[in-house]
Design a protein. Structure first.
Length: 210
């Protein structure tokens, strides 16, 4: 490389100005990590074997490593506990399962693997619940459905009456001179009725979801 090319290349790894003239022996741990990455990127390899590459790297060095791996056109076999790095660069995850003495491969990112795990756990729970369901559950469901529908109708009737009462108080507040109660009393009644109405609607929504 010409000096200008070398300095331009080193600038990508945050070595600028007089930093390019430092001897390796005086570099900090993070600077040595960046220098190692710069040398690695120049080797022209098509396969990288990396074991915990972010250990002892400062944050700028970790960001540079991520950029190098993202731009690398060859194959990277990466062993790391840095989930952020894995999620940023991995296109396939190899998961070691010690209890099963097995290695499971997942084609996708680490985030996608977590989603797949969550879905798998949910499916296992549903399967377990299905196996534990007692016989004649259909009859119980029907009885529960009838009870729920009855309760819904009762709540709807109560809500209708409360809404009528609330509307009446609201009309009196609009014309306080025609009302027998004071404005303060009407306001207190309105708040109390509105609170009861909110509770009834919450009960209705909960019952409707069930």
């Amino acid at each position: 490389m010409l000096e200008a090319e070398a300095r331009s290349y080193l600038a990508k790894f945050l070595f600028t100005k007089d930093d390019v003239f430092k001897e390796v022996g005086v570099l900090s741990g993070g600077e040595r990590g960046r220098l190692a990455l710069a040398c690695l990127a120049l080797q022209g390899a098509n396969l990288l074997l990396l074991d915990e590459p972010t250990n002892h790297l400062d944050l700028p060095s970790q960001e540079i490593l991520q950029c190098i791996l993202a731009d690398f056109t060859g194959t990277v076999l990466l062993v790391s506990h840095d989930r952020y790095l894995v999620d940023a660069v991995a296109t396939q995850v190899w998961e070691v399962l010690p209890e099963e003495k097995n290695l499971r491969t997942f084609k996708g990112t680490y985030s996608e693997l977590k989603v797949a795990h969550a879905q798998e756990v949910e499916q296992q729970k549903e399967a377990k619940i299905t196996r534990k369901k007692p016989k004649h559950t259909s009859g119980k469901k029907e009885r529960k459905g009838r009870i729920s529908q009855k309760k819904l109708r009762e709540l709807e009737s109560q809500i209708s009456k409360i809404e009528e009462e609330l509307a009446e108080v609201s009309r009196k507040l609009e014309h306080p001179l025609e009302a027998s109660e004071s404005v303060a009393d009407l306001g207190d009644r309105y708040v109390a009725i509105k609170t009861i109405l909110d509770v009834k609607w919450a009960e209705w929504e909960e019952l409707f979801r069930d």
